[in-house]
Design a protein around this ligand. Structure first.
Ligand SMILES: [Zn+2]
Length: 242
């Protein structure tokens, strides 16, 4: 009777071990953190280089506009000077100074514009490169995520099958035995019951005293391994009853 009950408990243990192993394997997988990090970095770089390029282009546009405004102003000053409307020398000098001043500002802007024109092409190349890298990182991230989702689905299916089988197997067990088994496995890495292999504990390989071996074989009383605390059962006896 006891051997039969332990055999049923050992079946629960086999399923629990499978559940534990399945969970361990799944939990060891990266849900996509690395791919996400690569994606985030590529995105940040792309945005940074886009921003830089647009700053350069923005500054060019502003300076070109300003120069066009300054040139118009200079033209209208010159027009005023040569149109014959200015009669006194003081005003003429003032206009000359203003025209010279405008020309200086335009020249200064032109210097900066030359610098900026040089920067556009390399900045554009870098930004293009960042865009390509970002697209590659996006694809990788998407691929990884969909692969992971498939694995997760498979894991969930297997897990629900195992849990169903576990419930069935547990329902066959003696309740007190099951409670004891649960208590032991809780503190011993998920293993609550171990088969006797000859005169050794199948879990920790400790030698078991002869009278206990005989006791377990005969199914007289519940015995545990003195070393690892697992419930001992006689596997050969179980198999004979199959
Ligand atoms: Zn043991």
């Amino acid at each position: 009777m006891l051997n039969e009950a332990l055999k049923k408990l050992a079946q629960v243990q086999r399923i629990d071990t499978a559940i534990q192993e399945l969970h361990r394997k799944f939990a060891s997988l990266d849900p996509g953190g690395k791919a996400k990090q690569r994606f985030d970095e590529a995105k940040a770089r792309k945005e940074q280089l886009d921003h830089r390029l647009s700053e350069i282009r923005g500054e060019i546009k502003d300076l070109e506009l300003e120069n066009s405004r300054l040139s118009q102003k200079s033209d209208s000053e010159k027009k005023r000077l040569y149109s014959g409307g200015v009669y006194n020398a003081k005003d003429a000098e003032a206009i000359d100074r203003e025209v010279a001043n405008l020309a200086q500002r335009v020249a200064k802007n032109d210097d900066r514009l030359l610098e900026l024109y040089e920067l556009v092409e390399p900045a554009k190349l870098e930004a293009d490169d960042a865009h390509q890298d970002f697209e590659a990182a996006s694809r990788l991230y998407e691929e990884y995520t969909s692969r992971y989702d498939a694995i997760k689905k498979d894991y969930e299916n297997k897990m629900s099958q195992l849990l169903g089988a576990r419930n069935k197997a547990a329902a066959q067990c003696d309740e007190d035995l099951l409670t004891r088994y649960e208590a032991i496995r809780k503190h011993h890495h998920g293993v609550g019951i171990a088969p006797l292999h000859g005169d050794e504990c199948g879990q920790c390989r400790s030698k078991i005293a002869h009278h206990i071996v005989a006791d377990v074989q005969a199914g007289v009383s519940l015995q545990t391994c003195e070393n690892c605390a697992r419930i001992l059962y006689w596997e050969e006896a179980s198999e004979e009853q199959d």
